[in-house]
Design a protein around this ligand. Structure first.
Ligand code: ZN
Length: 63
């Protein structure tokens, strides 16, 4: 199964794969299949990346 979310444990930013340049792998990055999994991992510290959030809103509108 393809992982869709990338979480940076250092900045506490959650990214969606393919939605922004920061969503590539690297140090401090953990992959999750769902947003819920990331929230379960780090709770309230998790914040969705603004770029990814915007992109997701755009994608949903054009669906
Ligand atoms: Zn992002």
């Amino acid at each position: 199964m393809q992982k869709k979310f990338v979480y940076n444990t250092k900045t506490h930013r959650l990214h969606i794969v393919g939605y922004c340049p920061h969503a590539s792998g690297g140090y401090n990055m953990i992959y999750f299949n769902t947003e819920d999994e990331a929230l379960a991992y780090d709770g309230r510290a998790v914040g969705l990346c603004k770029l990814c959030q915007k992109k997701r809103e755009t994608m949903e509108k054009t669906k």
